[in-house]
Design a protein around this ligand. Structure first.
Ligand code: SF4
Length: 50
């Protein structure tokens, strides 16, 4: 969560939630995850901003 520049990652009781409207697609959260739980998928909201 601290590695996400726009603070798009939120901790919920059921787990981490990435706000697709806030995520910039920078991928800075993927490599630091110790269990490889994160991956990048197509985000139409990021594509629309490009
Ligand atoms: S890919 Fe999205 S969720 Fe991950 S660090 Fe970048 S902005 Fe945050």
């Amino acid at each position: 969560m601290p590695l996400c520049p726009p603070m798009a990652i939120e901790m919920r009781r059921e787990g981490l939630l990435v706000d697709a409207a806030t995520c910039t697609g920078c991928t800075k959260c993927i490599a630091p995850c110790p269990v490889g739980a994160l991956s990048m998928v197509a985000n139409p909201l990021v594509a629309a901003r490009a």
